[in-house]
Design a protein around this ligand. Structure first.
Ligand SMILES: [Zn+2]
Length: 150
């Protein structure tokens, strides 16, 4: 089941559809809408799969996919890291990343090698275990649940 949501950043509901696209690998007949919040500009999927449906949308083989073409994944990580460097500002000179939906942790590990401090959020039990950096295994709406930190 899909649910319509307000902006995760500012709470406003006004948005515009930027593009619609199917998930060609798993759900070629379903179209997902990427929207832009008209108040703050955040981009997000809306409507989105309900939390109770996440394991259907992110099956076990989704997490195995990352290992099928490491060179392609590394190329993507380098592009994403380059993009993030533009936003890395800190008074202490620290570069910190919270990867929401960090899957198996491959991208945060890449960022550790780039000198970043990282933490992740991953709620899927289909993802691989991560024990080399802090990962919250609870929805982000409950970040104070420290017991979820592995
Ligand atoms: Zn917003």
């Amino acid at each position: 089941m899909m649910e319509s949501i307000a902006c995760n950043l500012c709470g406003q509901s006004d948005h515009r559809v930027v593009y619609q696209k199917p998930d060609t690998k798993y759900f070629p007949k379903e179209r997902f809408s990427a929207v832009e919040c008209l108040n703050c500009g955040l981009g997000y999927v809306n409507p989105r799969p309900a939390f109770s449906e996440m394991s259907r949308y992110y099956p076990v083989d989704f997490y195995e996919y990352f290992d099928t073409d490491p060179a392609a994944q590394m190329k993507r990580y380098r592009v994403e890291a380059s993009y993030l460097k533009e936003f890395a500002r800190s008074a202490e000179g620290r570069k910190r990343l919270l990867d929401i939906g960090c899957a198996n942790g491959d991208f945060p590990r890449h960022m550790i090698r780039e000198g970043w401090e990282v933490e992740g959020v991953e709620v899927s039990r289909n993802s691989k275990a991560i024990d080399d950096f802090p990962v919250y295994r609870a929805p982000l709406s409950r970040p104070s649940d420290r017991s979820a930190l592995l």
